[in-house]
Write a protein that binds this ligand. Structure first.
Ligand SMILES: Nc1nc2c(c(=O)[nH]1)N[C@H]1C(S)=C(S)[C@@H](COP(=O)(O)OP(=O)(O)OC[C@H]3O[C@@H](n4cnc5c(=O)[nH]c(N)nc54)[C@H](O)[C@@H]3O)O[C@H]1N2
Ligand SMILES: Nc1nc2c(c(=O)[nH]1)N[C@H]1C(S)=C(S)[C@@H](COP(=O)(O)OP(=O)(O)OC[C@H]3O[C@@H](n4cnc5c(=O)[nH]c(N)nc54)[C@H](O)[C@@H]3O)O[C@H]1N2
Ligand code: SF4
Ligand SMILES: [Mo]
Length: 722
């Protein structure tokens, strides 16, 4: 039957989608002899229409990377790793977790959940089920290095952490974007393929796009908007000034504000502290320019706004997100065509995140903290403490050693842990401290849907992807791994259906009973669809695009149905905000501040092992400095310099970048692989870890949200010999 065999070996083309970042770009996977050989952009994807970036298209190289984990590894007493069977690994992990829990209680075990789990539909409920049954009360995630301020902000203003009205870019006349670089990063908290094309469209229609950023970003050069340079960590004052100037000009939409807002007078009073002339010095933006921006935003037929990690990571990320929503709201642009509109998609998630902001806190060893993920910046503190420490950790798809601030304390903490399990694609920097390193499948080796964009998609759609190829080696899906551990501990697992009345085991537990995909099927049924119907359409099902008119009547989750324009829970923070303003005023504009520079060849820390991304000059990360700042310090391009903050120091090669604002230096994060021998390419071209310079411990995160301070870090440059 030679012909049948030939048929087997012919290329199969399978529509799927990328799970690296938020747009979920449609891809076509080319499979030959059961092997993934190539990925190409899917022109037939109804939403992403052939857009995909270099990282997504390199997914097959990640899949084939010879340094990928293919078998469970166990640490030997001499520190090296040995291959073990899944049975042995699972049983030993279960026994050790049980012993630690029996001896020290549930506080001794803490998970860290990394960013890629957000792109992995079945991992979430599986983690939830295991951790709930373990009684875990201390847990960490990449969310507190990324966007925790946004959840807190929306909860306070709209009564739900899952309500984030997104800019209606297809129709807007004015788009204000703070702290984002869509050309390189493809945006966060708005899922939109090829954002640059869409922004160019706004400009081509005669609209305006303004990027507020300490660096003249790539988007400007591609005619996707203009950049307004701002001193790092000062956006909150700019936003306050914009609202105040709009108020001064009488440009509030009084009718909307009176009908849907509360505490409006109090908002007016707060922003009045920051008139344009007062914030000009601190923000580095002339007062006339701030006034003009305020007028243009308020007078545009429609205007929309967005902020991202550049602002999230400042000291006032939560207040800034509040004021961003206020800017949109008071100008009547919330829920308006061309303004900010809530995206719905296959499930209305607003209710799921409903909570009163003031109830979202716990009393902890470190004072009042937000419920949910503890601050990543306290991870070392929880491990290194004498009394009731965290003794065991389970890290799923994360690399806290490199992604959180304060590298040396993190390493000390990992070293001290009695037991560490890492579930990853690679033996990453964190895995070097693990007792067990478990190989997970990658996105082409599992079934999935594009879950991440739910509630954030510019054009909502759901797509189901089959498993493109079978897992290589002994790679396993996270739900399988965690389920087996649960079962070996005598807990409930997906292999051991959970009775419906086990409500204390959280919703996730009940989901597992309905089958792995039961939760998604259930969510879809609310929209009159089933998962089988979605599966039957390999390129997915699209839903109605952004539609205004239902935000206030159907979605807003505050108990009184009003937008809270000045949440009382923010009062203490307002005083801190003012104190920091005075500090910045006193410090003046010449103090060097460090920001992060994402580039197209890294993805946080996990594209570090692809040779192709490291060709030529890309073999290291550079310190970018404005030529005049360099000159003032007697250093030149090509120098290896010492970069120091109050928290640590690194050595890096200097490069000029006159796109930076004076007084600002930039570095790409995710590097620093000198102690990661399991990733040979990364290890050979290690670069320097920016996070060695970031603050850690109490005081290094926003108490309103647990979000870490990671931008606008004061630094000094010197020659290493000096
Ligand atoms: N190539 C690539 N793409 C990625 C990632 C990656 O690592 N590499 N990471 C992915 C992830 S996890 C995320 S969350 C998204 C993030 O997506 P974005 O939030 O768009 O991230 P960045 O491109 O880093 O843009 C942040 C911008 O903020 C600016 N900035 C820094 N400090 C300040 C400040 O104080 N104020 C203002 N106004 N701006 C400031 C920086 O110059 C930078 O241009 O990107 C995703 N996409
Ligand atoms: N200085 C500075 N630091 C930052 C940032 C910054 O802008 N500046 N950005 C922050 C942001 S926005 C984020 S989101 C965090 C990210 O923080 P983390 O999530 O802790 O770190 P990543 O580097 O994204 O590591 C992800 C790990 O998951 C693995 N992985 C990838 N896919 C899978 C999968 O399908 N399954 C499993 N099991 N593993 C997988 C990768 O191999 C990698 O080791 O970093 C933050 N750190
Ligand atoms: S933009 Fe993001 S989702 Fe799209 S291909 Fe690139 S990495 Fe993947
Ligand atoms: Mo992120």
């Amino acid at each position: 039957m030679a012909s049948a065999e030939n048929h087997e070996s012919l290329d199969r083309e399978i529509p799927t989608f990328c799970r690296v970042c938020e747009p979920a770009c449609g891809l076509v996977a080319q499979v030959r002899d059961g092997e993934l050989v190539r990925l190409r952009p899917d022109k037939e994807n109804p939403v992403t229409r052939g857009f995909a970036c270099n990282k997504g298209l390199a997914g097959d190289e990640i899949h084939r990377d010879p340094d990928r984990l293919d078998h469970p590894l166990r640490r030997r007493s001499d520190g090296s790793f040995e291959r073990v069977s899944w049975e042995e690994a699972i049983q030993d992990i279960a026994d050790r977790l049980k012993a630690i829990r029996a001896a020290h209680g549930p506080n001794a075990i803490a998970p860290y959940v990394g960013n890629p789990t957000a792109f992995n539909t079945l991992a979430g409920p599986a983690m939830g089920a295991l951790f709930a049954q373990l009684g875990v009360r201390r847990s960490f995630s990449s969310g507190t290095q990324d966007c925790a301020n946004k959840f807190a902000g929306s909860e306070a203003v709209f009564g739900s952490s899952t309500m984030h009205p997104i800019p209606d870019l297809a129709h807007t006349d004015f788009f204000l974007s703070l702290g984002s670089n869509p050309r390189v990063s493809h945006a966060s908290f708005i899922s939109i393929p090829d954002p640059v094309r869409v922004l160019k469209g706004v400009v081509a229609r005669g609209g305006r796009v303004v990027h507020v950023n300490p660096r003249r970003i790539e988007s400007e050069k591609t005619r996707a908007g203009e950049t307004l340079l701002i001193r790092p960590d000062t956006d909150v004052y700019l936003l306050a000034a914009l609202i105040h100037e709009i108020d001064r000009e009488g440009l509030f939409d009084e009718e909307v504000v009176a009908r849907h807002g509360k505490h409006v007078a109090e908002l007016r009073e707060f922003v009045a502290r920051y008139p344009a002339e007062r914030v000009a010095g601190v923000t580095g933006i002339a007062s006339e320019e701030i006034r003009a921006l305020a007028r243009d935003f308020a007078r545009a037929p429609s205007a929309s706004a967005h902020m991202s990690t550049g602002v999230n990571m400042g000291r006032q990320g939560t207040l800034a997100y509040w004021l961003l929503q206020m800017l949109v709201f008071v100008t009547g642009n919330l829920d308006r065509r061309g303004g900010n509109i809530l995206s719905v998609g296959f499930y209305e998630s607003a209710k799921a995140g409903r909570r009163s902001y003031d109830e979202g806190f716990i009393e902890s060893e470190y004072g009042r903290l937000r419920k949910g993920s503890l601050p990543g910046n306290l991870l070392p503190d929880y491990v290194l403490r004498e009394e009731d420490p965290v003794r065991a950790m389970i890290v799923v798809a994360g690399n806290p050693v490199l992604s959180i601030g304060g590298e040396e304390r993190l390493r000390a903490a990992m070293e001290k842990l009695e037991f560490l399990v890492v579930i990853d694609l690679y033996r990453n920097a964190t895995a070097e401290y693990a007792d067990y390193v478990l190989p997970s499948t990658d996105s082409f080796e599992r079934e999935d849907i594009n879950i991440t964009g739910l509630g954030l998609q510019h054009q909502p759609w759901i797509q189901f992807t089959e498993r493109v190829v079978p897992p290589r080696g002994e790679r396993r899906e996270e739900w399988w791994i965690l389920g087996r551990i649960a079962r070996a501990m005598g807990l409930k697992s997906p292999f051991d259906p959970i009775p419906m009345d086990a409500t204390q085991e959280t919703v996730a537990g009940a989901d597992l009973e309905r089958g792995l995909w039961g939760r998604i099927d259930h969510m879809l049924r609310g929209r009159g669809l089933t998962l089988d119907e979605v599966r039957a359409k390999p390129r997915g099902v699209t839903f109605e695009g952004l539609t205004p008119g239902r935000f206030y009547s159907d979605h807003l989750q505050t108990p009184d149905g009003k937008v809270d324009c000045r949440p009382t829970g923010f009062r203490e923070a307002e005083e801190r905000c003012e104190a920091e303003f005075r500090e910045l005023e006193a410090e003046g504009p010449t103090r060097l501040k460090m920001i992060t520079l994402r580039d197209p060849w890294m993805h946080n820390s996990w594209y570090a092992n692809l040779e192709r991304m490291k060709r030529g000059p890309k073999h290291q990360n550079y310190l970018y400095v404005h030529p005049e700042d360099a000159e003032a310090r007697g250093v030149v391009e090509g120098d290896r310099v010492r970069l120091a903050s109050g928290h640590g120091e690194i050595e890096v090669e200097l490069r000029f970048d006159d796109d930076l604002m004076r007084g600002v230096v930039a570095l790409t994060h995710g590097w620093g692989h000198a102690r990661t021998p399991g990733m040979r390419v990364a290890h050979r071209m290690p670069g320097a870890n920016q996070n060695a310079l970031l603050p850690t411990g109490p005081g290094s995160f926003d108490p309103l949200s647990n979000q870490a301070f990671m931008t606008g870090i004061p630094v000094e440059i010197s020659s290493p010999g000096a």
